[in-house]
Design a protein around this ligand. Sequence first.
Ligand SMILES: [Cu+2]
Length: 144
Amino acid sequence: MRRMFVLLAPFLLLAPAAHAELYEVRMLNRNESGGMVYEPDFLRLRLGDWVRFLATHVTHNAASMPEMLPAGARSFKGGINEEIEVTFTEPGLYGIKCIPHYAMGMVMLVQVGEETFEPPEVLPASLPSRVRQRFTEILSRAAQ
Ligand SMILES: [Cu+2]
């Protein structure tokens, strides 16, 4: 009986990851929607999905925002030009920023789970105005 438990345990651990999906986000100087952007700038994920941030253009990074990080979620911070992969294991709304271009509004949102979020309640008062504007645009697009 003890042996059987040992054999089964790895499968139990792997089971949730079997359906997890990988998404790719490009970090860009410009696309048709404007300058200093993540593409896409909004993702709706299931628990356990993960995202690869691609350094398509140089001088960008991807970092979590402490003021927009769900309870229990781990913070992350990629280096400049670094491609990182992040697994999202807690439900909620994640703000992600490019540190060099934060004031220019280079941010994106990741929603994990089914709950929907509406501005302005979910946006901290401390956000720079360009960031607040981008997040508001993203959320209104996501709600359609
Ligand atoms: Cu950037």
